[in-house]
Design a protein around this ligand. Structure first.
Ligand SMILES: N[C@@H](CCC(=O)N[C@@H](CS)C(=O)NCC(=O)O)C(=O)O
Length: 220
């Protein structure tokens, strides 16, 4: 079974889906949507598909999904034969994965919104979004420091899950919103480990790791 992704190349939420699909080697069809400047995601045709008027949208035979976290879970459950990306055989890690998927939505609402304001001049309370964004990055930084002390390289353990993909996108894209990674060394290390994963995919603003992959797979 494959799927169609209604996609915009500069969308961090669309990128999450493209990234997991690429890592898992899943082929899919892309339907580009003219998010900017066309606002095609606000047309009656698109709203009939997704009343929220947001991207991405995933369509498959019997599935229509309008939330990127739900899409990551669906893709992992369908296509990840190792059961590590959506760790259904480990109750604790599964619960932590859900918890960090929830956190990823906070990153969208803070960094994602600030990025739209910075890049597309969207009206917004930039000061409040900046405060929320830095608070969220600080929380992520503290968690990743604690994980590192335990020798764990990723958000929920020693393997990445869909939660790492979900939190990666807007953490990595924060410079687009005017927030550099300088103050967040643990985040920088974790971003790098994800960029070193086999099958990693870039997007504008998120680049390939240039260093040797194997040297950067453990927590540092
Ligand atoms: N909960 C949704 C949020 C999706 C979302 O906010 N997408 C942005 C693009 S990255 C969007 O379509 N925003 C509509 C707009 O700003 O007009 C998800 O995770 O997929």
């Amino acid at each position: 079974m494959s799927f169609t992704l209604h996609d915009y190349v500069l969308s961090g939420n669309c990128y999450k889906v493209r990234l997991l699909a690429q890592i898992l080697g899943v082929a899919y069809t892309v339907k580009p949507v003219d998010f900017h400047p066309g606002k095609a995601h606000k047309t009656p045709e698109f709203l009939a598909l997704n009343p929220h008027g947001t991207l991405p949208v995933l369509e498959s035979d019997n599935t229509l999904l309008t939330d990127s976290s739900a899409m990551l879970v669906w893709i992992a459950q369908q296509f990840d034969t190792t059961h590590t990306w959506w760790p259904t055989n480990d109750a604790h890690r599964l619960a932590l994965t859900v918890q960090w998927l929830g956190f990823s939505a906070k990153l969208t609402e803070s960094i994602g919104q600030l990025r739209l304001h910075t890049m597309l001049n969207r009206p917004a309370d930039a000061a409040t979004l900046n405060t929320l964004s830095t608070e969220n990055l600080r929380e992520l930084e503290n968690h990743l420091c604690e994980q590192s002390i335990r020798g764990l390289a990723f958000l929920t353990g020693d393997q990445p899950t869909v939660a790492d993909i979900a939190c990666f996108a807007y953490s990595a894209l924060s410079p687009d919103a005017g927030i550099e990674h300088t103050l967040y060394p643990a985040i920088r290390g974790w971003l790098h480990r994800i960029r070193c994963l086999e099958g990693f995919l870039t997007m504008p603003g998120i680049y390939e790791a240039h260093e040797t992959r194997n040297e950067h797979t453990a927590a540092s």
